[in-house]
Ligand binder design. Structure first.
Ligand code: NAX
Length: 366
């Protein structure tokens, strides 16, 4: 049996987490030979509800579930965590402006970034799910001076999976046949679901299989607004599909993407495809050895460029509105990227180092 891994989850008594935890404990995220320790974190007023959920987990008698611990604060909850899934966030309530939502969440993710930096395992992998996910990831990452920005990601896998599912249904094929879809940018209605790199049975999708006009005018808005469509239909936001996307994101990041496939992850921009550095933007990536790498060299047409710029502009706007909460001391590390190894040493791409940094150099940064 392998050594157990510690998985911290915030918002643990909420809807997404309630769909997620049983599957993680059953081995669906990291495999059926990987025991897990769940470190569940909630608001103090939701601890009783969390205790009930923990009892249900216990009652499943799952062989991979090594320990469950519950916490009412992130500092203790993130202690030695190898994985941190940040789901808990302040929801938008009636009369709340977008800026109020950003500010309320900024406080939560500032504290969580600091808590991760001070308490988590040095090679912790962080996934931010709570909205606005990209900017919350930026705030957490900028408040974690002792971790690398490449250890933080935000969830756009749900949008990625939605695109595959909707296209597969439209064309009457299995979702697995729809490969190489890309979500660019923000997890919001400005996201750009790009099908120009996708192929079905070896043939390009947009054009031969999918009418261009239908793709642009019908499919893109449908994917962009799928979250609202689900809320309108079922009266609650996506939970089970979000849990599936979290499992897919973490499994691929840790264990690698499938052959001949790419996935979408919101990560700190390194300037690829002309996207401004220092924001969390969803890119096409491949994962290996527990790290992600942006898929570069894809041909981007004029329509795509326009769509990618629009979602970038929204992220820059979000960043500007929380700029005063982003510590100056971590600004440079978000422009000169480096990754943290299991040993606690850093690895950096050539030519990006500040002199005197205790790092190893590489010509490639995964
Ligand atoms: P719920 O309201 O069911 O659960 C959220 C839980 O978080 C609550 O139990 C609450 O007590 C807890 N919480 C709030 N602040 C916390 C804090 N500071 N520390 C610890 N716990 C805290 O929401 P749920 O449906 O689970 O959704 C959670 C978040 O995911 C929302 O922000 C939602 O907008 C976001 N989503 C993001 C998605 C993505 O793809 N990135 C898709 C699904 C979802 O909409």
């Amino acid at each position: 049996m392998k050594k157990p891994v510690r998985i911290a989850v915030t918002g643990a008594a909420g809807a997404i987490s309630s769909s997620l935890l049983f599957r993680v404990a059953a081995g669906e995220m990291f495999g059926t030979d990987q025991p897990v320790i769940l470190q569940l974190i909630e608001m103090p007023q939701a601890m009783e509800q969390l205790r009930g959920l923990a009892m249900e987990l216990e009652d499943c008698a799952l062989p991979l579930l090594h320990t469950i611990r519950i916490f009412d604060n992130p500092e203790a909850g993130f202690k030695n965590a190898h994985y941190a899934i940040l789901i808990g966030a302040r929801p938008r309530t009636a009369g709340m402006e977008r800026i109020d939502l950003l500010t309320a969440n900024a406080e939560i993710f500032e504290r969580q970034g600091k808590a991760l930096s001070a308490n988590a395992a040095r090679d912790v992998k962080v996934l931010v799910v709570g909205n606005p996910a990209n900017t919350n990831a930026l705030i957490a990452s900028r408040n974690a001076p002792d971790l690398s920005p490449t250890q933080f990601t935000a969830l756009t896998r749900l949008d990625h999976n939605r695109t595959k599912g909707i296209v597969a249904n439209h064309l009457g094929v299995n979702a697995e046949e729809v490969r190489k879809v890309i979500i660019w940018g923000n997890h919001s209605s400005t996201q750009y679901p790009d099908l120009h790199q996708s192929k079905i049975f070896g043939e390009a999708l947009v054009g031969p299989q999918l009418d261009d006009k239908f793709y642009q005018e019908n499919l893109i808005p449908r994917i962009q607004n799928r979250g609202s469509e689900i809320i309108n239909a079922r009266g609650h936001s996506s939970a089970a599909s979000a849990a599936q996307a979290i499992i897919d994101h973490m499994r691929d990041w840790s264990m690698g993407t499938a052959e001949n496939e790419l996935v979408s992850m919101a990560i700190v921009s390194d300037g690829s495809y002309g996207v401004e550095k220092g924001i969390f933007y969803s890119f096409p990536v491949r994962c290996r050895y527990g790290r992600y790498q942006i898929v570069t060299g894809l041909e981007i047409n004029e329509f795509s460029k326009k769509m990618m710029k629009a979602t970038e502009a929204e992220l820059l706007e979000e960043k500007a509105s929380v700029n005063h909460l982003l510590p100056k001391e971590t600004e440079q590390s978000h422009y000169k990227l480096r990754i943290c190894l299991r040993s606690g040493k850093f690895l950096a791409a050539d030519g990006l180092l500040d002199s005197g940094d205790p790092v190893l150099e590489t010509s490639r940064l995964l």
